[in-house]
Design a protein around this ligand. Structure first.
Ligand code: NOJ
Length: 743
């Protein structure tokens, strides 16, 4: 792991005391000295991770965790909750075991710890790297105060299939945006120095291509050509590594015939040899044991052998390393050098966290209480929820709502706290979450009539009449509908991506009243909205917006802030278009609607090729004018720079943020290239009438891609340049890349 210099650390304003970066060489020496004292059994014990009982996040197994810790047979615990429990387990480890090696406590701190931020896919829609980094800093402050050392985040799986429930945890479909966010998250969690007791060790996951699950069904097989792995699925992992991420998690999926948790290609050849990773790899929950049903291991010892020799250092809940590694080491099937390498990496992580100096990392019940839900944490959650919401439709300026509007508020999701905080809520408590109903009634006292209308699931229409009646006596309908929290996350794939239940029917009924209808959409994934778009005048995608979701949504509905989110994933017209993503490769028969019908082109008979809403799309309460777009030079040389500029003006009446996006197309390469690829973005806030010049600087390396021999470099030739507010941005020019060495 790269630890940044003390000078760099000192230039950053930290939320707490600054800690001098520890001397890496001294840590390594200490770890080597400790390793020399360890028996084979003690070494293997360090590779074992168990879940605290009662809080399992996978198929539960029973054992006496305390006794195992005391016997020196556990290196890590996941899912321990709070200071009391973590201190209890740690005390056993450091007082009852022979070598007093502290435990490392892991937890899924995915979008906040107790202050819950919008789901990760929503956060990606903000394109606001500073706000995302800050959300992880806050999550680290809260989680570390509860005794957590290590988060199983960031999840950086590129996902192009909205049926997959875990799209809610990632940053969407694009490797460039996903990489930028991966870096921000690692920085936020780990800070500049892991010995700071308010930092968390990060774990980038799931290595690799877990998001490419066939048919969008969780845990399903993936077939991804190496060139696509390297161009699309790997970059966010490499970005996390560049940012210093300390650990990787192996994925569940079969990748091209070898389950990721047994993949020497992934864990050793790519990760360690090519990328130089020297941290440790943890399996996913029982993913080593799952090598049996995958059909790659005939028995338990073989599963342990395959995973360990492939490079999976820590066994999360498979319970296979502990019983089987001793004999495998004894027989020489597992070299002692491999065992020492794994144990060293785990002990080094503990040392870097400062656990040998203070195994409790300064935790106390007082600190735990003080750390949670601080006003600045709640304000940051509200800010990120505002920035994450995407305005998808706004006819006749239906939004923002008038100050004196009488509002019919409809929908179960307007009034349920649990749905706001989504899946992977860590220690987020629903009672802390503020609903749209609560926030709207506060902002519009005496002007809101709430009616349930319909639940988010099921076919009960008995509430329709009351909702319609409420609509009739109001000026505007705000319907908060969509997916409840349980429809996305792990093991929560859907084959239909429509708004569930009878909610679409409810919208149609509300529409008949003639009152303007605003849909506030809750969703953990892109949804197919064709059946509701005609029934609404405005559509604000709120995702699952977190603890402060209600106030944030009301900030936008009322016009106190303008929406500024941009989709990090394409919204299809129907599920049959899936997978649909903007950076696909061209076919030999591309369909161009501008040229009129042509039977012999790549297209559907029943739906256009275009999505409902493209990647990068999102409206605002203001308007922006793009002008003076320029590509500075007709050529870019191998050692040069290209400057691309554009002026953006706020031509409307309110202050608002815009995300200016730059895309390139490599017109002809030695392998076919995507029709366009995001290469730069900048989020800017402009006052009415204000304009700003945005400059993107491209280097030759920004044009690089993998070829069939897996080499990575740019190729000479023509590049088209597109700049604008989304992935359909117009072409603003082109340039030629020149490299005499390649001609
Ligand atoms: C399984 C999930 O795939 C993984 O993301 C998570 O970190 C572990 N369970 C632990 O909860």
């Amino acid at each position: 792991m790269k630890l940044r210099s003390v000078a760099a650390a000192l230039s950053v304003v930290s939320s707490s005391i600054l800690f001098a970066a520890p001397d890496e060489a001294a840590l390594r020496e200490k770890v080597a000295a400790l390793l020399a004292q360890m028996s084979t059994e003690e070494k293997i014990g360090q590779l074992v991770q168990y879940s605290a009982p009662g809080a399992e996040t996978g198929p539960a197994t029973r054992r006496n965790v305390e006794a195992e810790i005391a016997a020196g047979r556990v290196g890590s615990i996941l899912n321990a909750i709070g200071v009391e429990q973590t201190r209890h387990y740690q005390k056993i480890a450091v007082e009852q075991t022979r070598l007093k090696i502290p435990l490392i406590f892991g937890y899924d701190v995915i979008h906040g710890y107790q202050t819950i931020f919008p789901i990760n896919l929503a956060q990606a829609a903000s394109w606001d790297l500073a706000a995302i980094e800050n959300s992880e800093r806050i999550a680290a402050i809260e989680a570390s105060a509860a005794g957590i050392h290590w988060t199983f985040a960031p999840m950086v799986d590129i996902a192009r299939d909205p049926r997959w429930g875990r799209v809610m945890e990632g940053s969407g479909e694009d490797p460039f945006l996903g990489s930028a966010i991966a870096r921000a998250r690692v920085r936020g969690f780990q800070g500049d120095d892991l010995t700071n007791p308010e930092s968390l060790l990060a774990c980038v996951k799931h290595f690799a291509a877990y998001g490419a699950a066939q048919a969008g069904r969780d845990y399903n097989t993936t077939d991804v050509p190496e060139i696509v792995l390297r161009d699309v699925y790997f970059p966010p992992f490499q970005a996390a590594l560049e940012a210093g991420v300390g650990t990787f998690m192996a994925a569940f999926n079969d990748l091209n015939g070898v389950p990721a948790s047994a993949s020497k290609f992934l864990m050793t050849d790519v990760l360690r040899k090519e990328w130089g990773f020297d941290g440790f790899v943890v399996s996913d929950w029982t993913s080593i044991r799952e090598l049996l049903p995958h059909g790659i291991a005939a028995d338990e010892p073989e599963a342990a052998l395959l995973a360990f020799n492939a490079g999976v250092d820590m066994d999360m809940e498979s319970r296979l390393y502990l019983p089987h590694l001793p004999a495998l080491v004894e027989s020489g099937a597992v070299p002692m050098s491999r065992l020492d390498e794994a144990v060293t990496a785990i002990l080094l992580a503990k040392a870097r966290l400062g656990l040998f100096e203070d195994p409790y990392r300064g935790t106390s019940e007082e600190r735990e209480k003080q750390a949670m839900l601080r006003p600045e944490h709640l304000e940051a959650a509200r800010d990120l929820a505002r920035k994450s919401a995407v305005l998808l439709k706004n006819e006749r300026s239906t939004l923002p709502l008038r100050k004196d509007a009488k509002i019919a508020l409809v929908g179960q999701l307007a009034d349920t706290q649990r749905d706001l905080i989504g899946e992977w809520r860590a220690r987020g408590r629903e009672e802390d979450a503020v609903t749209v109903r609560t926030a709207l009634e506060k902002a519009y006292p005496g002007r809101v009539t709430y009616a349930l209308g319909a639940k988010s699931m099921g076919d009960d229409r008995s509430g329709f009449a009351a909702a319609v009646a409420a609509a009739k006596k109001s000026d505007v309908v705000v319907a908060v509908l969509g997916e409840g929290w349980f429809l996305s996350g792990e093991a929560s794939s859907r084959s239909s991506i429509k708004i569930p239940g009878v909610q679409a029917e409810l919208l149609a009924e509300l529409r008949k009243t003639g009152k303007p209808v605003v849909l506030v959409l809750f969703a953990g994934r892109p949804l197919a909205l064709a059946n509701v778009l005609d029934h609404v005048d405005a559509l604000l995608l709120a995702w699952l917006p977190g603890t402060m979701g209600g106030p944030a949504i009301v900030d936008l509905l009322s016009g106190a802030f303008s929406p500024s989110g941009k989709l990090p994933m394409t919204f299809p017209r129907n599920v049959g278009q899936v997978p649909i993503f903007y950076n696909h490769r061209a076919t030999g028969r591309p369909f161009d609607p501008a040229k009129g019908p042509d039977k012999w082109k790549s297209q559907y008979l029943d739906v256009p090729n275009t999505p409902q809403f493209p990647f990068g799309f999102g409206l605002s309460y203001t308007t922006f004018k793009y002008s003076d777009a320029r590509v500075a030079s007709p050529t870019l040389d191998a050692n040069g720079n290209q400057r691309i500029s554009v002026t953006v003006k706020n031509t409307g009446r309110v202050e608002a943020a815009e995300v200016v996006q730059l895309y390139l197309r490599d017109v002809a390469g030695s392998v076919t290239r995507p029709v366009r690829e995001l290469k730069g973005f900048e989020r800017i806030t402009l006052k009415p009438g204000e304009s700003r010049e945005i400059v993107f600087t491209l280097k030759p390396q920004d044009l690089a891609f993998h070829r069939t021999d897996m080499s990575f470099k740019p190729e000479p030739g023509k590049f088209e340049v597109f700049v604008g507010p989304d992935s359909t941005a117009p072409k603003i020019g082109e340039f030629t890349y020149r490299d005499p060495a390649q001609n």
